[in-house]
Design a protein around this ligand. Structure first.
Ligand SMILES: *[C@@H]1O[C@H](CO)[C@@H](O)[C@H](O)[C@H]1NC(C)=O
Ligand SMILES: *[C@@H]1O[C@H](CO)[C@@H](O)[C@H](O)[C@H]1NC(C)=O
Ligand SMILES: *[C@@H]1O[C@H](CO)[C@@H](O)[C@H](O)[C@H]1NC(C)=O
Ligand SMILES: *[C@@H]1O[C@H](CO)[C@@H](O)[C@H](O)[C@H]1NC(C)=O
Ligand SMILES: *[C@@H]1O[C@H](CO)[C@@H](O)[C@H](O)[C@H]1NC(C)=O
Ligand SMILES: *[C@@H]1O[C@H](CO)[C@@H](O)[C@H](O)[C@H]1NC(C)=O
Length: 800
C-alpha cells in the first residue's frame, strides 16, 4: 500500500512538471516517469522493482567512456544489453525523452549518439525496467513500443524470445564492447546458425554450427524460458533443444546465455546463495571445443593472426608464442606480433645471418592453411624440418608431423593447440645467446648487431664482403678453438674469478670457525671471512660437502658459468678453490641477511620495498634464464636463497650449481612425503623434464609469500590442511584480496597493484609448466608494461 501511495504521489508531483504525462494515471507497468539521466548526477540509473537489474551508464574497465546499458545489479561486471557499443558516451552525456517521445542519448555537445524507437513509431510516454531484465518504452496506453528484449546485443535472458530474423553479435573482447567477429543468427528459414563474419561486406562469412531446423514457411522462435531451458520453437512445438542439461532452478540460480568473444554460444548460471566463490559458470557450450572447430580459408580464425587458441579449464584462450605479444593489450583475440625482426631476405641479410636465428618448439601446436610449401619423405624428421625452414628466409614457422614438413609465412592463422593436434610447431626466433660469439658478460646481441651493421655499411662492395666474411669466419674459428681448449688452459679462466688456495681460505675464515658460520645450505656450510690481501672487504666462503667426484672439468665448467654472470640482483662469485677433495666457492658478502629472516621476522619490509624486492628477484631470474651465455636454471628459489644487501636490494644466491643440484633436488622433492608443495614445481614429483619453468613456479610461491609476509612452509603445517597457494587463490576468486594484507595499510591502499601481483603469482604457479609465463613476461607484468590476463585455477586439486 505504501509503495502504491508513494508511486501515486511521485507521479502527481511529476505531472506538475512534465506536461507530456497526461492520461492513464493508474497504469500498472510504467515504473519510470522521470525519463532523464545524466552521467554527472548521483542517481544516474533506473533499477527494476526487485532490484535485480539496473539501466544506466556503465563504465567498462580501462575506459573513460560510458555505455548506456543494462546490467545485473548485484553481480559485478555483467552487462546484458547495451545501446551504444560502437559509439561510447563521454562524461557529461545525458539520456532523455525528447518532446517527440524518443529516448535519446546525447553527448555533452548535444549530438545524438543513439535514439529509440525509430522515427515514425508512436511516441513514448514512460518506461519500465522490468524484473526480468527487459527495458521497455511504453505509449500512452502502456503498450510497449520498443523493448531491449527485441534488440539484443550478445546476451539473452530467461523470459526472452527471439523471432526471425534475429542476430546476437559478440563483443570484440571481454573489455571491448564493439562488435566482434562472431554472430548467432536466427534466419528466415528457421535455421539457428553461428557465423564467423567477414566485416563489412559479410560476403565471405562462414557458418561453423547450425541447428538445421529449416522450414519452408518458418515462424521459428528462439526461446529461453523462465526455468532456464533454451530451445527453438515452431508454432507450439519444440523442434530443437539447445539446453541439454538441467541448469538449476531459478530460485537457486541466475541464468543467461551469451555469445562470447571467442564465438562460443554459452549458457551460464550464477548461484543466488551466499556462497563465497560465486561466479558465472558455464552450463553448456555450443560448440564444444571451439579451438578445433573450424578453418576459415580467409581471416584469422577464432583468435587473431599469429596467435593460437587453446582450451584452458574448458575455456578457450588466445595465446601468443614466446617472444610475441598481443597487438592490443586488452584484446587477446586480436592477434599477436613478434617482438623481433628476423634477418631479411636481402642478399646480405639472410645468408650471413641465418646463424642468428633459432627455433622455439611447441608440441601439439599447428597453424593449418597458411603453408606455402610441403616437404615429405622418410628423411624429413624434426631436425630436417628445422633445417629446411632455417635455410629459407621466407619461412617463419615450420610444422612437423611424421614425414611431413610444412613451411608457413606471416600472418599465421587459425592457430590451435591441443592434445589432438599431432604436430609440432617450430617458431623461428632470433637466437638469444649465439654460440658464435662467446662473451664474458651477456651482450651477445649487441655484438651480432654490430657485425650486421658493419656488413651493411660495407655491403656495397662484393669484394669487401668476401673479405669481411673471411675475417669473421677466422674470428669465429679462433673463438671456437679458444672455447674448446678452455678447460685445459688454466684454472684462472677468462671469467673474472680467481683461484684461491685452501690455506688462504682457511685463514680467511679463522680455520672455518663455528662462530663464522653464516648458514647451512643443501650443499654445504657458508662461512664469513676476510682475506688478508683485502682486509676491508668481507667474503662468504661456501664449502661444498657433497660434490660428486665428477672430476675437475665439471667443477670448473660450473664455476666458469657462474663467474660470467654480472647482475645487480645476483650474488657475485669472486673465486673458488679446488684442491684434492676440497671444493669451495668464494662469494661477495651480502650484509643484510636473507629474505626469509626479513620477511617472516619481526620487522617486515614495507609494501613498496616488498614490491621492489619481488621485481629485483624477477629481473635476476630473467637474467639467469634468458640473458646469460649459458642458460642457468636455479632449481632452488626460496627466500632462504635470496639475500638482501645494505640497500635491501635482493641478491639471488646459490645459482649455477644446477648439475649438482638437479640430482639433489629431485631426491628431496621426490621424498617429500608430507605433500607440502613448498617451492617445488609439480614436475619435480613426476618423471617430467625440468625446465626454467620450475624456477618460475618457485618464484610464484615466493611472490605470494612476499605479498602476504607468510611462509608457505609454516602455513602448510598449521591446523588447516589448506596450502598457502590455495588460500590465496581462494581469496582472489572471492575478491577478498585485502585479507591477504590484513594489517598492512599501505598494501590495502594499493589494491590495483596487489591484485596484479597476485594474478602474476597465480600464473607462475600453474600446474602445467607450459601455462607459466617466462620470467621476462613475469617481469613485464610486474612492471605493468604488459597486462595480466585473468589466471586460471592453478590446478584442479593443487595440494595432493
Ligand atoms: C503489465 O502488468 C500486467 C500485470 O501487472 C501484466 O499482466 C502485463 O503483462 C504487463 N505488461 C507488460 C507489457 O509487461
Ligand atoms: C539518490 O540516491 C541516494 C543515495 O544514493 C538516495 O538516498 C536517494 O533516495 C536517491 N534519490 C532519488 C531521487 O532516487
Ligand atoms: C556497429 O558497427 C558495425 C560495423 O560498423 C555495424 O554493422 C553495426 O550495426 C553497429 N552496431 C550498432 C549497434 O550500431
Ligand atoms: C505461410 O504461413 C502463413 C501464416 O502462417 C500462411 O498464411 C501461408 O499460407 C503459409 N504459406 C505457405 C506456402 O505455406
Ligand atoms: C526437448 O525437450 C523437451 C522437454 O525436455 C521434450 O519434451 C522434447 O521432446 C524435446 N524435443 C526435442 C526435439 O528433442
Ligand atoms: C602422431 O603422428 C605420428 C607420426 O605420424 C604417428 O606415428 C602417431 O601414431 C600419431 N599419433 C596420433 C595419436 O595420431
Amino acid at each position: 500500500m505504501a509503495s502504491l501511495c508513494s508511486h501515486l504521489l511521485s507521479f502527481l508531483l511529476l505531472q506538475l512538471f512534465l506536461p507530456f504525462l497526461s492520461a492513464s494515471v493508474f497504469a500498472n507497468n510504467c515504473t519510470i516517469y522521470r525519463l532523464s539521466l545524466s552521467l554527472d548526477q548521483q542517481n544516474s540509473s533506473w533499477v527494476s522493482p526487485s532490484g535485480e537489474f539496473t539501466f544506466g551508464f556503465f563504465k567498462p574497465h580501462n575506459k573513460n567512456q560510458f555505455l548506456l546499458a543494462i546490467w545485473f545489479t548485484k553481480i559485478p561486471d555483467t552487462v546484458v544489453w547495451s545501446a551504444n557499443d560502437n559509439n561510447t558516451a563521454p562524461t557529461g552525456s545525458t539520456v532523455k525523452l525528447t518532446d517527440d517521445g524518443r529516448l535519446a542519448l546525447y553527448d555533452p555537445n548535444g549530438e545524438s549518439l543513439w535514439e529509440r524507437p525509430a522515427k515514425g513509431a508512436k511516441p513514448a510516454i514512460c518506461a519500465a525496467m522490468n524484473d526480468n531484465g527487459n527495458f521497455m518504452l511504453l505509449d500512452e496506453n502502456h503498450e510497449p513500443i520498443w523493448q531491449t528484449f527485441q534488440e539484443p546485443t550478445d546476451t539473452i535472458l530467461p523470459g526472452q524470445m527471439l523471432e526471425i530474423p534475429s542476430t546476437l553479435t559478440t563483443r570484440r573482447s571481454e573489455e571491448d564492447y564493439n562488435d566482434g567477429r562472431f554472430q548467432l543468427r536466427l534466419q528466415l528459414d528457421g535455421n539457428l546458425v553461428l557465423y564467423y563474419v567477414a566485416y563489412p561486406t559479410e560476403v565471405h562469412s562462414m557458418a561453423y554450427w547450425a541447428t538445421m531446423s529449416i522450414k519452408d514457411n518458418a515462424s521459428s522462435k528462439l526461446v529461453f524460458d523462465e526455468k532456464g531451458y533454451m530451445y527453438v520453437q515452431e508454432g507450439t512445438k519444440r523442434i530443437y533443444n539447445l539446453t541439454k542439461t538441467d541448469a538449476g532452478s531459478p530460485q537457486d540460480f541466475y541464468h543467461m546465455a551469451r555469445i562470447d568473444s571467442y564465438g562460443v554460444f554459452a549458457q551460464y548460471h550464477y548461484p543466488k546463495s551466499n556462497r563465497c566463490d560465486k561466479r558465472w559458470s558455464v552450463v553448456q557450450r555450443i560448440p564444444e571445443n571451439i579451438c578445433n572447430r573450424f578453418d576459415t580459408l580467409l581471416g584469422s580464425g577464432i583468435c587473431g593472426y599469429n596467435s593460437y587458441c587453446m582450451e584452458i579449464n574448458e575455456e578457450p584462450k588466445c595465446l601468443c608464442p614466446d617472444d610475441y605479444t598481443y597487438v592490443k593489450q586488452y584484446a587477446p583475440n586480436e592477434g599477436c606480433r613478434p617482438n623481433f625482426e628476423l634477418p631479411s631476405c636481402q642478399p646480405d641479410g639472410w645468408d650471413t645471418n641465418r646463424e642468428l636465428v633459432d627455433f622455439h618448439e611447441y608440441k601439439n601446436l599447428d597453424w593449418p592453411l597458411t603453408d606455402y610449401e610441403l616437404q615429405t619423405g622418410s628423411f624429413v624428421d624434426l631436425d630436417t624440418c628445422k633445417q629446411l625452414c632455417l635455410d629459407d628466409c621466407f619461412c617463419v614457422v615450420a610444422i612437423h608431423n611424421g614425414n611431413s614438413c610444412w613451411k608457413k609465412r606471416y600472418p599465421l592463422s587459425n592457430g590451435r593447440r591441443s592434445e589432438s593436434v599431432n604436430r609440432t610447431a617450430l617458431v623461428k626466433v632470433p637466437k638469444k645467446n649465439s654460440e658464435l660469439y662467446p662473451k664474458k658478460s651477456c651482450d651477445a646481441n649487441n655484438k651480432s648487431t654490430l657485425i650486421l651493421v658493419i656488413s651493411i655499411l660495407l655491403g656495397s662492395s662484393v669484394f669487401v664482403n668476401i673479405l669481411l666474411i673471411l675475417v669473421i669466419s677466422l674470428a669465429i674459428f679462433l673463438y671456437k678453438k679458444k672455447l674448446l681448449n678452455f678447460s685445459s688452459v688454466s684454472s684462472a679462466s677468462a671469467a673474472n674469478v680467481r683461484s684461491y688456495t685452501y690455506k688462504e681460505l682457511e685463514e680467511a675464515t679463522g680455520g672455518f670457525k663455528q662462530s663464522q658460520i653464516l648458514g647451512r645450505g643443501a650443499f654445504g656450510t657458508v662461512y664469513k671471512g676476510v682475506l688478508p690481501s683485502d682486509p676491508r672487504r668481507f667474503i662468504a666462503v661456501k664449502r661444498l660437502d657433497k660434490v660428486e667426484q665428477e672430476g675437475e672439468k665439471e667443477f670448473k665448467t660450473e664455476v666458469n658459468v657462474i663467474g660470467q654472470t654480472h647482475h645487480k640482483n645476483l650474488v657475485r662469485l669472486l673465486g673458488f678453490c679446488e684442491e684434492g677433495e676440497h671444493r669451495l666457492l668464494v662469494y661477495e658478502y651480502v650484509s643484510n641477511g636473507s629474505l626469509a629472516s626479513s620477511l617472516f621476522g619481526i620487522t617486515r619490509p614495507d609494501w613498496n620495498r616488498r614490491v621492489q624486492i619481488a621485481l629485483g628477484i624477477a629481473r635476476g631470474l630473467m637474467y639467469l634464464h634468458e640473458e646469460c651465455s649459458t642458460q642457468i636454471i636455479h632449481c632452488d628459489i626460496k627466500p632462504q636463497n635470496i639475500l638482501l644487501d645494505e640497500f635491501s636490494t635482493p641478491r639471488i644466491s646459490d645459482f649455477g650449481l644446477a648439475k649438482l643440484l638437479l640430482a639433489e633436488q629431485s631426491r628431496v622433492a621426490r621424498t617429500n612425503i608430507r605433500g607440502t608443495i613448498g617451492y617445488f614445481a609439480p614436475e619435480w614429483f613426476r618423471k617430467a623434464s625440468i625446465t626454467v619453468k620450475v624456477d618460475v613456479y618457485s618464484f610464484g610461491v615466493v611472490l605470494l609469500e612476499i605479498i602476504c609476509c607468510k611462509s608457505s612452509v609454516v602455513f602448510g603445517m598449521g591446523d588447516q590442511e589448506e596450502a598457502l597457494v590455495d588460500w590465496i587463490y581462494d581469496c582472489y576468486c572471492k575478491k577478498k584480496l585485502s585479507e591477504l594484507v590484513e594489517n598492512d595499510e599501505e598494501a590495502r591502499n594499493d589494491m590495483k597493484r596487489l591484485e596484479r601481483l597476485v594474478m602474476v603469482a597465480i600464473w607462475c604457479i600453474q600446474e602445467d609448466p607450459s601455462f607459466r609465463p617466462s620470467m621476462k613476461k613475469v617481469t613485464q607484468m610486474l612492471e605493468g608494461v604488459t597486462p595480466v590476463s585473468v589466471p586460471p585455477r592453478p590446478s584442479s586439486y593443487s595440494s595432493t
